[in-house]
Design a protein around this ligand. Structure first.
Ligand code: SF4
Length: 67
């Protein structure tokens, strides 16, 4: 059985939303946001992450023209 790497995950988590019980538990974070047609904080640059707009539309807007 794979162990959850919460501590390791938290070191690279850029999410500024507090508190959140899913922080560091990436599988739950992804499932939660995807159920709302959103993506987790770490899919967004820090300045956008702070707006808490985690929508798929925002993600596409940001990365549409990036290589
Ligand atoms: S991205 Fe969302 S679910 Fe994930 S830690 Fe931040 S607030 Fe919680």
């Amino acid at each position: 059985m794979a162990e959850c790497r919460v501590e390791k995950n938290l070191k690279r988590c850029n999410c500024s939303w507090e508190p959140c019980e899913r922080k560091g538990i990436c599988c739950e974070c992804l499932a939660y946001h995807w159920s709302h047609r959103e993506l987790p904080a770490c899919f967004f640059p820090d300045d956008i992450e702070k707006t808490y707009n985690r929508s798929l539309e925002k993600f596409i807007e940001i990365y549409r023209n990036k290589k």
